[in-house]
Design a protein around this ligand. Structure first.
Ligand SMILES: NC(=O)c1ccc[n+]([C@@H]2O[C@H](COP(=O)([O-])OP(=O)(O)OC[C@H]3O[C@@H](n4cnc5c(N)ncnc54)[C@H](O)[C@@H]3O)[C@@H](O)[C@H]2O)c1
Length: 337
């Protein structure tokens, strides 16, 4: 089986790549990644010499390059590549539309041309917008994105569905909630707060800190993506939630407690525009139809994550200082013609 993973040098993509190479030693995996600021080759240093793994630096918007890769008889595309940080989308929406929507279109078109057997589009819970009251969104709810990031992902979902309806492209869309775990870029809440606390720096929390997110451990996410690849039904959308709704302040308190750091590290900062108060997904379709249950409790997953950042200080220090961007020059110079 040959797979193309896009955005494999980012947080979730790199976790999934390592997961697949370990579980399926006979899979051949191509990783197409542009290496934006969020792409880190050090995330994949342990597999870079695996003969079944091939890294290609490039943009998913480059149809010539995508076609060239798909000509290798790729059976399945898993599209993780995206600009993924909501705050950045408020400053520079253009690159979000380009990578998240135009890039998805290029991949969908090439997938059609090369008759791939499955296209898995990684979407997000943010496409539904904020949840009111005790409601939880299911896959039939309408899309109501608030940020340019969420709008670009929602647009890609609609475009992907049109490729299924119009051209019978076999595809599945997944909408996972907020992920956390090893190798997450320390601009996102959990790795930023763990690493800042370890450095005795302040933890900047938006507004009153009572924003609710639904947290999914990346290891559970990898396992459910694998299940969906094996058993998911094409043309379907699957919400992915492990039902861990927490306010940002609750998460912050848990991190400070685990690290034995004082609460006065918390610093409330002005809120960002259009900040959705709460996200929550109903993932009963996935649970009933594919029999999925997360393996990790939230507490265990957070503890493992905190310990990983404690053990891998070198990794996040190199990310924060920008040193990680030199890895390509050192280890992949031969790719430059
Ligand atoms: N992290 C989360 O909590 C979360 C939750 C739900 C959904 N998602 C979705 O999951 C996917 C992966 O998220 P992540 O957190 O791993 O993101 P990330 O920002 O850590 O990684 C994104 C990767 O995509 C690459 N990339 C960006 N634009 C590209 C382009 N035009 N061509 C090729 N590569 C490109 C980057 O270099 C990077 O390696 C995204 O599609 C995101 O929308 C993430």
């Amino acid at each position: 089986m040959k797979l193309l993973i896009t955005g494999g040098c980012g947080f979730i993509g790199s976790n999934f790549l390592r997961y697949l190479l370990k579980k399926y030693p006979d899979y051949k995996i191509f990783n197409l990644d542009k290496l934006t600021y969020a792409g880190n080759l050090e995330n994949l240093s342990e597999v870079e010499k695996n003969p079944n793994y091939k890294f290609i630096q490039g943009d998913i918007c480059n149809s010539q390059l995508v076609n060239q890769i798909l000509a290798e008889k790729i059976g399945c595309i898993i599209n993780f590549a995206a600009e993924s940080h909501v705050d950045r989308s408020l400053y520079d929406p253009v690159v979000f539309v380009q990578s998240n929507l135009v890039g998805a279109q290029v991949l969908l078109q090439s997938a059609l041309q090369h008759k791939v057997s499955l296209f898995l589009q990684i979407s997000t819970d943010e496409v539904y917008g904020p949840v009111l009251g005790n409601q939880k969104f299911n896959e039939k709810d309408s899309l109501n994105p608030s940020s340019p990031y969420a709008a670009s992902k929602a647009s890609a979902d609609l475009l992907a569905l049109s490729y299924f309806k119009s051209f019978n492209l076999p595809l599945i869309i997944v909408r996972p909630t907020n992920n956390f775990g090893p190798y997450q870029f320390p601009e996102k809440l959990i790795p930023l707060f763990i690493s800042n606390a370890l450095e005795d720096k302040s933890l900047p929390i938006y507004g009153d800190g009572l924003y609710v997110r639904d947290w999914l451990y990346v290891q559970d996410h990898c396992e459910v993506l694998d299940l969906i690849l094996q058993k998911g039904k094409t043309g379907e959308i699957y919400n992915i939630s492990s039902h861990n709704e927490k306010t940002n302040l609750e998460i912050t308190d848990l991190i400070l407690q685990a690290l034995g750091k004082p609460k006065n590290l918390i610093k409330h900062v002005p809120d960002r525009p259009a900040h959705d108060r709460r996200y929550a997904l109903d993932s009963s379709k996935l649970e009933k139809e594919l029999g999925w249950k997360p393996k990790f409790s939230f507490e265990k997953a957070l503890q493992e994550t905190i310990e990983w950042y404690q053990r891998n200080r070198n990794w996040w220090e190199r990310v924060k200082s920008g040193e990680y961007q030199k890895y390509y020059e050192k280890h992949y110079a031969y790719l430059k013609k």
